[in-house]
Every structure is written in C-alpha cells, then in structure tokens.
Design a binder for this molecule. Sequence first.
Ligand code: IMP
Ligand code: MG
Length: 172
Amino acid sequence: MPEFLPVLKKDDINRMVVTVAHKISSDYKDKELILIGVLKGAFIFLSDLIRNLSIPVKVDFVGVSSYGNKTSSSGNIQLTKSLEIDIKRKNVLVVEDIIDSGLTLAWLIDYLMSFKPETVKACALLDKRERRKTQVQIEYTCHVVQEGFLVGYGLDYREDYRNLPEIYHLKL
Ligand code: IMP
Ligand code: MG
C-alpha cells in the first residue's frame, strides 16, 4: 500500500498562495499580464492564485507531457495543447505546480519566446531542487522541497490523487 506523508496542509497552501498573489499583484500593477497555466498539474494552484490577485489578468493554458507513467522527467517534452491567446508584446507568467528537472519549464520558455512576448517569468507552487538538470529562473516560488514525489492539490501520480486538498509525499 502506498504511504502518504503530509507536506503542506490547507492553511499552509492558502497562506503561500495569498502571499505570492500579493507580490504578483504589486509587481504587475498597471501592466497587462497573461497567466499561462501548465496542464494538468497547475489547474488548482492557478485557480486559487487568480482569485487572490487584485489586478486584471487574462488566463490561458498550455499542455505538456514529459513523464508518461514514470516519476521522473523523460526530457522528451510534447505539446499536448497549444497557446490560444496572442501574447505578442505582452507580459507572460508561466504558472507551474512543481519544477523538478527544470526541463519542462526551460522548454516552455523557449516555446513562449517564439511568440515574441514582452516578458516571460515563472511562478511555481513547489520547487524541488534535488534533480535539477538545467538552470531555470523561477521569479515566484511558494515552497522549496529537497526531495520526494509529491501528490495532491493538482499533482498526480499516474493521474491519481490530483483531487486531494493537501500535499503529500507519496511513498510507493
Ligand atoms: P520537470 O520537467 O522535471 O521540471 O518536471 C516538471 C513537471 O513534472 C511538473 O510540471 C509536474 O507536472 C511533474 N512533476 C515533477 N515532480 C513531480 C512530483 O513530485 N509530483 C507530481 N508531478 C511532478
Ligand atoms: Mg506539470
């Protein structure tokens, strides 16, 4: 049976989301901001984040897949849903659930740059540093973890556990 070790409780997550939302609201005050959620993992974080912003924003999603059924990135990234909003000369913030190797974010930033936005920055709920393979800049990080495979609050293991309201370290 898999074990679920608690990592972040509802209150912890809420506090982090409010804090990062305030920072984003102040940094992008009087600027046009487009948030781009990375499917599927970021959908819950993004939906909480935007409801805590005090500035107007537009929202879009991109879909990428690199894990398949494994717990580490293959580095072979595939676009499963492309951008719909025109981001040319706009400020873009990529919203991710978790950065692990960094390969997905690095790939996404290149993809988004091809549309000639004004700026592209990144926001991640979780920053897992243990297996970083490429240097990526994350302007907004809510929480740093050293290791482990995390599930809940949008994060899955083989499509399970996304609906858990809190975040757990999954021990298989
Ligand atoms: P990276 O390309 O290795 O940085 O992986 C990024 C993507 O892998 C994230 O967008 C997540 O969807 C997924 N991922 C990485 N670590 C975890 C984890 O601990 N739990 C669930 N998904 C993860
Ligand atoms: Mg993801």
